[in-house]
Ligand binder design. Sequence first.
Ligand code: PEP
Ligand code: CO
Length: 455
Amino acid sequence: MPPSPPVPAASSWAPDSWRARPAAQQPAWPDAEALKRVHEQLSGLPPLVFAGEARHLTAALGQAARGRAFVLQAGDCAESFAEFTADGIRDKLKVILQMAVVLTYGAGLPVVKVGRIAGQFAKPRSSPTEQVGDLVLPSFRGHMVNDDLPTGVARVPDPDRLVAAYQQSVATLNLLRAFTKGGFADLSQIHAWNQEFVATSTEGRRFEDIAEGIDRALRFMDACGINLSDEDTLHQVDFWTSHEALILDYEEALTRRDSLTGGWYDCSAHMLWVGERTRQPGGAHLEFLSGVRNPVGCKIGPTATPEEVLDLCGRLNPERLPGRLTLITRFGVDAIDDRLPPLLQAVEGAGHPVVWVCDPMHGNTFTAEGGQKTRRFDDIIGELQSFLRIHRATGTWPGGVHVELTGDDVTECLGGVERIVEGQLHQNYTTTCDPRLNARQALDLAFRIAELLRS
Ligand code: PEP
Ligand code: CO
């Protein structure tokens, strides 16, 4: 049974109480009336997820907080209105299911599967403008806000995009529910998750070995007379959605009171997180997330101090409910050794039950000579290795990993077994924001994590 939800937040909290706080990274919507209309429209539309589902995810994350499960949070940096196909969603799900099997089989742990999907449409930006060729344009802020085309008109924030993002999220989630509950995620389909360009690679063949091992185990149990057809866990998968709760007008409009418990839930996704650029103490984003009862996350970058992190644990999880709060650290391979240990000591010392998740992507981004943002596979592995080693030394549980990936054969991150080099980045570079692991690199990463967790 999922735990009972936390006691109600301070009585001053309301879905719109964030409006009294400074809100970083909000678009300069040019037409306040149009925004208001959209807000009213969204407020009347059905929720994407239910409160009871969010409570189940809190319970599953609670197992990761206690060291009994591992979280795999993965998906696009930014979902795209332009690239929205059933095949794209299926292929992303395939690689996440493959990674989860590798981790479950290799490390013998239940894996909590959370997508950066069905709502991950808004991006915080380091600078309000960006240079494209000779032009200086307002920054692209994700398809929920503006378009990535390099023209001034395309970059004007348009509130109708909030509705389009909602609709795309509905369709995506509908397909995810069909795939994960309707047979595609059945363990007997495991070979079908290996896409052709993956199956022919070393990691793909290693995956086939695991798949055959699982096949044999299922046949063995069947031959022993064990009836597997009633075992839901073999035929269905719990797959949860998450995104950065960045555009608070959108999140507020999808926040609903649960009829069962009376608590407020942000029904735009099962889990929401606040980003590195919007986690200001006393800021609007922490205020908003403090009052919804979904499981929530917070990104933690290299400038975070132990005091700041303790402050946000207090704001986001005052009841100290295991699974309510996930801290997603993203320091970079060179900073993690220095930055992570004092935070672990402070949080553990204060007795806050958090899920520690490593995002080895966002601290390792740089611009290649050709101008593309990229990341080195070796840096990503390096940060993960340090994460696991430091947790082992501190006696804390490395609760999971958070990565940006796609099921496609993209060339956005350098290295991996294909040894992608800078000169190849242009070959299939399709992300609208940050560089993602391709399916082979993602599977390789899962094998490395499984080995590290086992050792
Ligand atoms: C992201 O997750 O895409 C992101 C912008 O991360 P961060 O807030 O950690 O920079
Ligand atoms: Co990103």
